[in-house]
Design a protein around this ligand. Structure first.
Ligand code: TYM
Length: 332
């Protein structure tokens, strides 16, 4: 049976990249009838230092972001990872299945640890094994993510294959990454070769889900572009990363393909297109940020949703972990 799982780190605020690459797509697929499980991955967040009070707030704000984006906690399971201890338990088994060499090849590890690998946390190195545990603990078959998570999902498949091989079972499914839509890689507004990220030092590089209309408009107005007019077909954007990024964002926000957008705006200058994009972004994002702020006024209600989701998640996870222990040979 198909099952969807995805996770987002509660580390700092949500960006337009998280919304278009993940949250909006989760909301759009909500009525597909497939059981969907979404996790605020707090255990992943602490692989780099998190101030405790900020982590608490970011976890609640992320949950508010899910709900405000249209994900209904009565239809999908929403919970935070640390409330389901089976994640950490299965991750340990996978730490013993995965190989050091696999982990060392992860580009996120290389980027985040940088030159000072000796001083990075052991958790940051093992991060992808915990991610594999998140997914495989539910026997999830489909994992909707942005492009940047592709390598981690390939590693998840490698872990499932090696576990099944080592123990001579067909237990863990081979997961399909779902990387679809016009905005699976939203780029920085300042540099079309870098992805939009909450950790970029420049706030002008990203749109935050909590930005107000003025901030959104000024970031789009100042976004880097080239001097040419917009082309009338997607292939005209191939060598124009900044232009392509803005058109991709427009397409994703308006539920159109890039070619559909260019049919309307091809030939326009950015001086004309940018105000269209910022009006669209404000119209789509400000109701979400207003709703997030409203939900954040009742943190107890958010906590209750996460607790309830954790109970539902454990009902699925516990038997799968128990079976894993049995396969491995742990006495019960
Ligand atoms: P995280 O928290 O960095 O990002 C959450 C989701 O947002 C997507 N995303 C983007 N999509 C398009 N353009 C961007 N600029 C952009 N930035 C972020 C990410 O691809 C992701 O889908 N390791 C994961 C969290 C995780 C997870 C999991 C995901 C933990 N366990 C299990 C799926 C399944 C991460 O750090 O995502």
């Amino acid at each position: 049976t198909p099952r969807v799982f995805s996770g987002i780190q509660p580390s700092g605020g949500l960006t337009l990249g998280n919304y278009l690459g993940a949250l909006k797509r989760f909301a759009d697929s909500q009525n597909s009838g497939i059981q969907s499980i979404y996790c605020m991955v707090d255990l992943h967040a602490i692989t780099v230092w998190q101030d405790p009070a900020k982590l608490t707030r970011a976890t609640r704000e992320l949950c508010a972001g899910f709900i405000a984006s249209g994900i209904d906690p009565n239809k999908s399971i929403l919970f935070n990872q640390s409330q389901v201890p089976e994640h950490a338990q299965l991750a340990w088994i996978f730490n013993c299945v995965a190989r050091m060499g696999w982990m060392k090849r992860m580009t996120q590890w290389k980027d985040k640890a940088g030159k000072n690998q000796e001083n990075a946390s052991l958790g940051l190195f093992a991060y992808p094994a915990l991610m594999a545990a998140d997914i495989l603990l539910y026997h999830a078959t489909h994992v909707p993510v942005g492009e940047d998570q592709k390598q981690h999902l390939e590693l998840t498949r490698d872990i499932a294959i090696k576990f099944n091989n080592d123990f001579g079972v067909e237990f863990f499914p081979i997961t399909e990454p779902v990387i679809e839509g016009a905005a699976t890689r939203v780029m920085s507004l300042r540099d079309g070769s870098k992805k939009m990220s909450k950790s970029d030092p420049s706030d002008m590089s990203r749109i935050n889900m909590t930005d107000d209309a003025d901030a959104i408009a000024s970031k789009i107005r100042k976004a880097r572009t080239d001097p040419d007019a917009l082309p009338s077909e997607a292939k005209g954007l191939e060598e124009r990363p900044e232009a392509r990024n803005l058109v991709n964002i427009y397409a994703a926000l308006s539920d159109q393909t890039v070619d559909q957008v260019l049919t309307d705006v091809g030939g326009k200058q950015f001086s004309e297109f940018k105000p269209m994009l910022s009006d669209l972004a404000v119209a789509k994002l400000s109701p979400i940020s207003t709703e997030m702020a409203r939900l954040m006024e009742a943190p107890d209600e958010i906590d209750a949703i996460l607790r309830h989701g954790a109970t539902q998640a454990r009902e699925i996870a516990a038997p799968i972990l128990a079976k894993t222990y049995e396969i491995v040979g742990m006495v019960r």
